[in-house]
Design a protein around this ligand. Structure first.
Ligand code: SF4
Length: 331
């Protein structure tokens, strides 16, 4: 007998209305993942509909404001200076150029503008410029998100003062598998940055990547860790690895689409009020796979031709897909 059906009475593992819980055990999350696919999707849809309009998709645009030359060694990342991927190190963009991109994103329908910099952590003079970018983007009437690497408490508070809405900092994978992917900073470093961000009153965007050679139990561990944070991240990006030539993860079998959809569903059920973002890797997904992800509770995407340095579906393709599925951008 599966869990997750109304009949067996265990549907309330997330609460029928999807009331957030923070005490998820790995055994519970494992049971969620491995239940029959129809039960899993039904449960995820039920939780989704209890908390969101299932026809609305939040649309964000992501701009790389400082590309390449990063001293960290994240094995999936083409921007690490440790790998020869052809990505050139660039300087931090000018504020005017960033605002020009933000205006174009707004016109294309994005409600949130995310800015990413390939740093281990920001330097003080760089933070001044980023704060000015945040103020400029907010003045356009958009939500702001930045990802700048590790933050101290005072840095998080400065970003908050500039009006920052969200800070992205992913856990990437399970605590056990993490050391296979990154050696230049620890899982605890990441948790500390998340705590500084949360303490500063900034919303948290935090998720992970699947398809990096991790086990099914590592995916369970990643979701259980995210769902056990004291407050669930308001945004949970679930990325599928993009295999980039020159990185240590450039080869290997393509990740199983059904297992990816299961990961989305588990995120939706365990973090019922979070925006679950179908993030990197959409370029390699069929329209049908993306539709399944939306059915499993994904309700956020990135619009725009590039995600930092990797390709993303063209905006007009996304618009057509949303039309075909009867989905519309969230205001
Ligand atoms: S993921 Fe971020 S921190 Fe890691 S190498 Fe890439 S840019 Fe640097």
């Amino acid at each position: 007998m599966s869990i997750g059906t109304a009949e067996n009475g265990r549907f309330s593992s997330a609460g029928p209305a999807g009331v957030p819980r923070h005490d998820w055990t790995r055994a519970e999350v494992r049971d969620l993942f491995h239940q029959p696919f129809p039960d899993l999707i039904f449960q995820a849809q039920s939780v989704h509909r209890a908390n969101f309009d299932a026809t609305e998709i939040q649309v964000s645009t992501l701009l790389s404001i400082k590309t390449g030359g990063c001293p960290e060694d994240c094995a999936y990342c083409p921007q690490s200076a440790k790998f020869d991927t052809g990505v050139k190190a660039e300087k931090l963009m000018d504020i005017d150029a960033v605002l020009h991109e933000a205006r174009a994103a707004k016109q294309a329908g994005a409600s949130r503008f995310c800015m990413g910099a390939a740093w281990r952590s920001p330097k003080e003079r760089d933070l001044d410029k980023v704060c000015a970018m945040i103020e400029g983007v907010r003045a356009l009437g958009m939500e702001t998100c930045v990802t700048l690497g590790m933050l101290t408490g005072p840095q998080a508070r400065r970003l908050k003062q500039s009006g920052l809405d969200y800070y992205n900092h992913n856990l990437d994978t399970s605590p056990e598998y993490y050391g296979q992917i990154i050696t230049t900073r620890t899982y605890q470093n990441r948790l500390d940055t998340l705590e500084h961000v949360r303490d500063a009153g900034i919303h948290v965007c935090c998720g992970g990547i699947v398809g990096m050679g991790e086990s099914a139990d590592d995916r369970v561990g990643m979701i259980a860790t995210l769902a056990s944070l004291p407050v669930h991240p308001e945004s949970v990006p679930i990325n599928m690895l993009v295999q980039v030539e020159g990185t240590p993860l450039s080869s290997g079998e393509k990740f199983d689409a059904i297992e990816f959809v299961r990961t989305i569903a588990a995120a939706r059920i365990t973090m019922p009020r979070s925006m679950v973002r179908l993030s990197a890797g959409r370029e390699d997904m069929t329209d049908e796979m993306q539709a399944l992800c939306f059915l499993a509770g994904a309700n956020s995407i990135f619009y725009g031709p590039k995600l930092l340095t990797t390709p993303n579906p063209a905006a007009d393709h996304d618009k057509r897909l949303m039309d075909r599925l009867g989905l519309r951008p969230m205001e």
